[in-house]
Design a protein around this ligand. Structure first.
Ligand code: NAP
Length: 242
């Protein structure tokens, strides 16, 4: 079976690709700019005895996604599992946030999920089996200062997930979301120490999360054990909301 993991050159996407390869999935590694990092992810997957290929594509662009899905189908076969993980931030207080900042974050985080789902769901429907896992965020559940663009896109993912789950439930396709909390990746690396110290006080488990912990949750949602779970958003945040 073929799993596409968007944004899997680094961070949560890379860990998810490696985890799914350990579960026996051939992996399609999508990246935007970091070809060398994508190659490394594919190599890590191949060590688990599966096929793995890299595919460059800006997932916010439908045309580029069309070409990527055609390439994946030619090289590996049709996509059975789509993990919509690619995402980016461009923070600013709302009063200073430009239209460009709003639109680009919306497109990378939310429109990308429309693009990939639009192009992969038809083959899943034909097979009457498929798994879609969308990576949202606690920012989408609770909102973050300086992230009106990101928080609204991540909240949109939750509505998208529920609506699509209802449409596809009769076809053997589940659609779920994960809302990670503060996970140690490049995305959070650059945040000021003062912000990290303050964030830590709000996390019940008193530590930041690891990308592997999100990967394990994604693998569970794709596994047989989760066959009766759909339309849900699983918060993996060390209890940030308690
Ligand atoms: P990361 O380390 O910054 O990695 C981002 C990944 O997304 C990279 O592989 C990057 O590719 C890819 N990407 C970015 N824009 C893209 C585009 N337009 N088209 C295709 N690929 C693109 O991020 P991360 O922390 O692993 O985050 C992964 C997901 O989890 C994101 O959706 C993020 O919003 C979400 N999340 C993260 C946290 C956290 O604390 N880290 C918390 C909640 C939610 P290149 O390497 O080629 O640039």
């Amino acid at each position: 079976m073929i799993a596409l993991i968007t944004g899997s050159s680094r961070g949560i996407g890379r860990s998810t690709a490696v985890e799914l390869s350990a579960c026996g999935f051939d992996t399609a590694i999508n990246y935007c700019g970091n070809v060398e990092a994508a190659r490394q992810t594919a190599e890590m997957c191949r060590k688990n005895g599966v096929r793995s290929e890299i595919f460059q594509c800006d997932v916010s662009c439908l045309e580029q996604c069309k070409k990527m899905i055609d390439d994946i189908t030619d090289k590996l076969g049709s996509v059975d599992v789509a993990v919509n993980n690619a995402g980016a931030t461009d923070d600013a207080l709302f009063i200073r946030m430009s239209e460009e900042q709003f639109d680009s974050v919306y497109k990378t985080n939310l429109k990308s999920i429309y693009n990939i789902s639009k192009l992969t769901v038809p083959a899943m429907m034909k097979k009457r089996w498929g798994r879609i896992v969308n990576i949202s965020s606690v920012a989408g559940l609770y909102g973050n200062i300086g992230q009106v663009n990101y928080s609204s896109a991540k909240a949109g993912i939750i509505g998208f997930t529920k609506a699509l789950a209802k449409e596809l439930g009769g076809r053997g396709i589940t659609v779920n979301a994960i809302a990670p909390g503060f996970i140690e990746t490049d995305m959070t690396d650059g945040l000021p120490d003062s912000f990290k110290t303050q964030a830590l006080t709000q996390i019940t488990l008193k530590r930041f999360g690891k990308s592997e912990e999100i990967a394990k949750t994604a693998a569970f949602l794709i596994s047989k054990g989760a066959a009766y779970i759909t339309g849900q958003t699983i918060e993996v945040s060390g209890g940030i909301s308690l």
